[in-house]
Design a protein around this ligand. Structure first.
Ligand SMILES: Nc1nc2c(ncn2[C@@H]2O[C@H](COP(=O)(O)OP(=O)(O)OP(=O)(O)O)[C@@H](O)[C@H]2O)c(=O)[nH]1
Ligand SMILES: [Mg+2]
Length: 406
């Protein structure tokens, strides 16, 4: 396989300059006020990249934004030869395509890819007109219409198949009768420190790297709090800004677990200059995932890197956020207490008498609920505390007195 060399280009980035002129980096940068509608970058930058393509034997040029069909076509024409131009969306779709492990994930990525291709079909058929020497004008256009129709039909078939896969999984979930340990999901912008937090709390060995999409597959580990209560902590793929709608669908399979969580922990890299935009981007994706009803806990991570950690801590307290430095393990205890408090809010108060031959059930109550008092009686162990709703239902026949309901 031949080696792939890539130049990344952005209108407001000096990456290209760094590739082209490592010595003069940072000297004279000219930024465009707006992307060029024909080529996204200006003509001078097109020429510079073309020089670099020849000098470095580049095969692919990746743009850190979504390009229109016209921009893709014009850039490929300008760069000439066999150079492939690819945009941010296509790149992310490629990554997801490689990682899609389940049937549902594969369907979703295929759907996203088709939706991406639909408005970009144009360039594929211009060769027909060229072959005909321009005599048969409109030949390519007709073919494009046919192709678009085929793609639309495939898209609607895929949507139907996906819907039936989802319905099936939903029914399966509803039928599950096992007692669930509360699931807490870590969500947040990519590189916020979710995997680092999971690793610190559970001794897991999830790849935590200073790179985009270090995590793609959800990982779940058990966390035990000092008082014996347990919860499952799930690490998921990070979100990103400028996430095209079609990609939210591709993320959906990976993020399926989120919708089953008892609590969402939103991890923020508070030291990042764009932290508040990243929070907005994550909230936007969460909105699309239909998880509004799940309680949330905000965690401000990387406090150690913040300009003024003390001010950040005061601000966090005002906003009900937990301050952490996951990498150094600072604030983990407060984090666990906050998780426990939030989980308790979603639990049901219960008082029940567990017969002595149901020791396993008693263990489960200790693991997933919060036992506040225990008394040993003739008929069994009387416990008073809070448990998740499904467990409270299981305890109904043994209940003595329910002190309230949610
Ligand atoms: N200074 C500092 N760096 C941290 C902290 N937490 C994580 N990092 C670093 O931030 C980078 C990203 O951490 P990850 O845990 O991989 O982030 P993530 O949110 O899982 O990223 P994705 O999987 O890409 O979504 C790594 O280089 C970590 O070492 C922290 O509290 N302080
Ligand atoms: Mg990660």
């Amino acid at each position: 396989m031949s080696c792939l060399r890539v130049i990344c280009a952005r209108v407001h980035s000096n990456l290209v300059d760094r590739c082209l002129h490592p010595q003069s980096h940072g000297s004279q940068l000219k930024w465009l006020a707006a992307p060029n509608p024909r080529t996204y970058i200006g003509s001078g930058k097109v020429a510079e990249i073309k020089t670099a393509i020849h000098a470095l034997d580049v095969e692919t040029v990746i743009f850190d934004d979504e390009l229109s069909a016209g921009q893709l076509r014009n850039l490929e024409k300008a760069f000439g030869g066999d150079v492939r131009v690819c945009d941010r969306t296509a790149l992310i779709l490629d990554i997801f395509n490689q990682r899609a492990a389940t049937h549902e994930a594969s369907l979703q990525v295929a759907l996203a890819q088709m939706e991406y291709q639909l408005p970009r079909l144009t360039k594929m058929w211009t060769h027909l007109e060229r072959q005909a020497g321009g005599k048969v004008k409109g030949m390519g256009e007709k073919q494009i219409e046919v192709d678009k129709r085929i793609l639309r039909t495939q898209i609607s078939a895929l949507r139907k198949e996906l819907e039936s896969v989802r319905q099936h999984r939903k029914q399966y979930r509803n039928r599950r009768l096992s007692v669930p340990v509360p699931v807490v999901s870590l969500v947040g912008y990519t590189n916020a420190g979710k995997s680092t937090l999971l690793n610190q709390l559970t001794g897991a060995d999830v790849l935590a790297e200073d790179q985009l999409f270090a995590t793609l597959d959800p990982t779940t580990r058990r966390v035990q709090i000092n008082n014996g209560m347990e919860f499952l902590l799930t690490d998921t793929v990070g979100f990103i800004q400028k996430l095209p709608t079609m990609l939210v669908a591709a993320f959906r399979a990976t993020l399926e677990e989120i919708s089953e969580s008892s609590l969402l922990v939103h991890v923020v890299d508070i030291s990042h200059p764009l932290a508040s935009q990243q929070i907005d981007a994550v909230n936007k994706v969460l909105g699309d995932l239909d998880v509004e009803s799940i309680p949330k806990l905000m965690v401000w991570n990387k406090v150690d890197k913040a300009d003024d950690p003390e001010t950040v801590k005061i601000e966090a307290e005002e906003k009900g956020a937990i301050c952490l430095s996951a990498i150094y393990g600072d604030g983990l205890e407060q984090f666990c207490f906050a998780v426990q408090a939030k989980l308790k809010d979603a639990m049901v108060p219960v008082e029940a008498c567990i017969p002595y031959d149901k020791g396993e059930l008693l263990n489960t109550i200790h693991q997933v609920g919060m036992v506040e008092a225990t008394e040993y009686t003739e008929n069994g162990t009387v416990i008073r505390g809070h448990v998740p709703l499904p467990l409270a239902r299981l305890l109904t026949p043994m209940r003595q007195r329910v002190t309230g309901t949610h």
